[in-house]
Design a binder for this molecule. Structure first.
Ligand SMILES: [Zn+2]
Length: 109
C-alpha cells in the first residue's frame, strides 16, 4: 500500500510549497567544472537539490533573485533549465498558434 509517496518541497522561484511530483528537481553538476544546473528527471542524482515549478514565471523569479546560486551555494549556470523552458514554450506555441505571448521587457531590478 502506498505510504509517504508525496513530499512537499519549496519552489526556489515563487517560494510556494508544493508536491514534489509537480516540481522539477535540479542539482548542480560540477563533474566537468561547469557548475551547471542540471534537471534531475529521474530523481536519482545525489547532492544538494533545488526545486522549481517548470514555468517561465518561476524560472524568472529564481534567476532574478539569484536563487540558484543561493540554493547551490555558488555561481551556477542554469542554462539547461532555460533550454528546457524554451523547448516547452515552443511546443506549446506550436499547439496553440493563436496564443502569442509578447516578450516581456521587464524592468531590471
Ligand atoms: Zn514556483
Amino acid at each position: 500500500m502506498p505510504s509517504q509517496q508525496t513530499a512537499i518541497r519549496t519552489c526556489v522561484g515563487c517560494r510556494k510549497r508544493d508536491d514534489q511530483a509537480v516540481l522539477l528537481r535540479l542539482v548542480r553538476d560540477n563533474s566537468d567544472g561547469s557548475n551547471a544546473v542540471v534537471i534531475d528527471d529521474r530523481r536519482r542524482l545525489s547532492g544538494r537539490g533545488a526545486w522549481l515549478h517548470l514555468t517561465p514565471a518561476c524560472l524568472e523569479q529564481a534567476l532574478k533573485r539569484g536563487a540558484f546560486n543561493r540554493a547551490f551555494r555558488g555561481q551556477v549556470d542554469p542554462r539547461e533549465v532555460e533550454d528546457r523552458l524554451h523547448t516547452l514554450k515552443e511546443a506549446s506555441l506550436r499547439s496553440h498558434p493563436k496564443e502569442t505571448v509578447p516578450p516581456e521587457s521587464g524592468s531590471e531590478n
